[in-house]
Design a binder for this molecule. Structure first.
Ligand SMILES: CC(C)(COP(=O)(O)OP(=O)(O)OC[C@H]1O[C@@H](n2cnc3c(N)ncnc32)[C@H](O)[C@@H]1OP(=O)(O)O)[C@@H](O)C(=O)NCCC(=O)NCCS
Length: 150
């Protein structure tokens, strides 16, 4: 039972998208433009938010092609005030349940090789390293390619 909030799957017309975009801009080193968010294809993407006291505290954006049982985690972010509290794990557990109920059996991702908090978090929730991709990002950073079987 999760005590830190509740999960919602939102569509791109949901007013909470504004909060998501604003968190992305405030707290991600390389945020997407508002247009990139608004241009997301709802048939190919899934946006889950974690709400506590009617406020969006985090979000996770997945690529999920209908008929494909593997999803791609593009972004996950928790408000800085909520990090290190266990909320990320509650959010993740609920997200995995939701994905499983929708036929997803694995989730892969790329993460910057120097993003220690995220890598530690992914390992804690069971992600395995598949490989390292040299110079994957436009800034020359290497990526770790990781996968979780749900
Ligand atoms: C990824 C994210 C959602 C995880 O949430 P969180 O609340 O930080 O996760 P947790 O506290 O459960 O786990 C993070 C771990 O990293 C550790 N950590 C934090 N800062 C660290 C650092 N600078 N170096 C090494 N480890 C670090 C924490 O101690 C914790 O490990 P522990 O539980 O063994 O103590 C959150 O960190 C976040 O929103 N980050 C910014 C966005 C981002 O980078 N997303 C991932 C790429 S898309």
């Amino acid at each position: 039972m999760n005590t830190t909030g509740k999960l919602r799957s939102i569509d791109l017309a949901d007013p909470v998208l504004g909060e998501v975009i604003s968190m992305d801009h405030q707290y991600f080193p390389n945020p997407w433009t508002e247009q990139q968010w608004r241009d997301l294809n709802p048939a190919l993407n899934l946006l889950l938010v974690w709400q506590s006291q009617d406020k969006c505290q985090g979000f996770a954006l997945f690529g999920a092609v209908p008929g494909d049982n593997s999803a791609h985690l593009y972004k996950i972010l928790l408000h800085p005030d909520c990090r290190g509290t266990g909320m990320a794990q509650d959010f993740w557990k609920s997200s995995c349940l939701f994905l499983k109920e929708n036929g997803i059996i694995s989730v892969y991702l790329e993460v910057e090789a120097d993003n220690a908090p995220a890598i530690t978090f992914y390992q804690k929730v069971g992600y395995k390293l598949l490989r390292k991709s040299k110079g994957y990002y436009s800034n020359g950073q290497d990526a770790l390619i990781m996968e979780l079987t749900l």
